[in-house]
Design a protein around this ligand. Structure first.
Ligand SMILES: Nc1nc2c(ncn2[C@@H]2O[C@H](COP(=O)(O)OP(=O)(O)OP(=O)(O)O)[C@@H](O)[C@H]2O)c(=O)[nH]1
Length: 183
């Protein structure tokens, strides 16, 4: 079994549940209280499709339309996860995605769009069809999760590894880093 290094950045608006998703995945717990993230990295070894991956999962400070995305969010990062739980945060996805594409100078990136907090059924603002449409338009994967009830949490990261795999020629250990031009 080979071991491969992967870096996955979790991006999205503030308070959509990025940290909760990562903490549920890496530490199997859910925290009700809200602590805004500055930035932290979690490590997890994942077995997926007969291979073992050493994943660094980067929990970012939430973005808004004015956030400057930099190399930390783009260079050498092989997968992206966004979260959705409100109309505003859903609208942010395309803005963040376009900024990353622009920064990296590529046509598309390995990405999973995540609709989070599906346990809050009464406060849903974005339906699945609309989110699937956005994923289709951008060629990304899509999944709905609840970190609270541990629904589809592992699936997010498996889909992300799968998106990276699709773009890795001949199963080389490290996928090509996004070709970024630094000016
Ligand atoms: N009901 C419910 N609440 C959730 C879920 N995931 C997160 N929350 C709550 O939403 C709030 C924000 O969650 P965080 O994980 O801190 O959000 P974040 O996106 O990391 O926030 P920033 O660090 O500010 O970007 C917390 O109070 C969580 O307990 C979920 O699946 N269901």
């Amino acid at each position: 079994m080979t071991s491969n290094k992967r870096r996955i950045a979790v991006l999205g608006s503030r308070s959509v549940g990025k940290s909760s998703l990562i903490i549920q995945y890496c530490q199997n717990e859910f925290v009700e209280s809200y602590y805004p993230t500055i930035e932290s990295t979690f490590a997890k070894t994942v077995k997926f499709k007969n291979a073992e991956y050493d994943c660094d999962i980067i929990d970012t400070a939430g973005q808004d339309e004015f956030s400057l995305l930099n190399s930390k969010h783009a260079i050498g990062i092989h997968g992206y996860v966004y979260s959705v739980s409100s109309r505003n945060s859903f609208d942010m996805i395309q803005i963040i995605y376009d900024k990353i594409i622009d920064f990296c100078g590529v046509a598309n990136i390995p990405c999973v769009i995540v609709g989070s907090k599906i346990d809050l059924k009464d406060s849903r603002q974005v339906n699945s069809e609309e989110a699937q449409g956005l994923a289709r338009d951008n060629g990304t994967a899509y999944v709905e999760t609840s970190a609270k009830e541990n629904t589809n949490v592992a699936k997010v990261f498996e889909l992300c590894l799968n998106e990276i795999e699709k773009r890795t020629p001949n199963n080389q250990a490290e996928p090509p880093a996004n070709r970024c031009i630094i000016m």
